[in-house]
Design a protein around this ligand. Sequence first.
Ligand SMILES: Nc1ncnc2c1ncn2[C@@H]1O[C@H](COP(=O)(O)OP(=O)(O)OP(=O)(O)O)[C@@H](O)[C@H]1O
Ligand SMILES: [Mg+2]
Length: 170
Amino acid sequence: MIIAKNIHKYYDSLHVLKGVDLHIQQGEIVSIVGASGAGKTTLLQILGTLDNPAKSNDTSLHINSENILTMKDKALSKFRNTHLGFIFQFHQLLPEFTALENVCIPAYIAGKEKKETEVEAKRLLEYLGLSERINHKPNELSGGEQQRVAVARALINKPAVIFADEPSEI
Ligand SMILES: Nc1ncnc2c1ncn2[C@@H]1O[C@H](COP(=O)(O)OP(=O)(O)OP(=O)(O)O)[C@@H](O)[C@H]1O
Ligand SMILES: [Mg+2]
């Protein structure tokens, strides 16, 4: 369901990704291991459609049979919102919003109804041991609690793929 071919990435003269090929099937759990600075986050950002690989004729990326590299911005944003979930290396919660609101936002963007979204968000937060913390803002949460909120946020739209960049303190 994720098929990447010949992915390259350069940051100026730094050649970070040198022709990555990857084939991940539905239901597979895959870990990418490498030294700090090896390019793990860079690769996840590209597979997650948040960044582009270097342009080349034989480079391609398909997720659930969608040809990602030819999609227009708007279609790609919608695809990302409904099919992909992200847990970033630095949690990237929105500071102005509570834990519950942070979890609900991707569902609101997808046009889901408020009441049913809140029920599902509370269920996820409870499952992750945060039922006492749902009305706290990110700066009132510990690092591990923030990570768990980010996990709930990644799950709220029941995505086909979850990209998790070192969510390891959980
Ligand atoms: N925006 C950028 N501009 C220039 N260089 C970058 C940029 N982002 C990352 N790099 C460099 O690219 C290389 C790969 O970075 P990346 O963040 O993918 O590593 P990583 O494997 O995720 O490391 P870590 O385990 O420390 O998170 C590093 O040498 C980094 O300094
Ligand atoms: Mg990283």
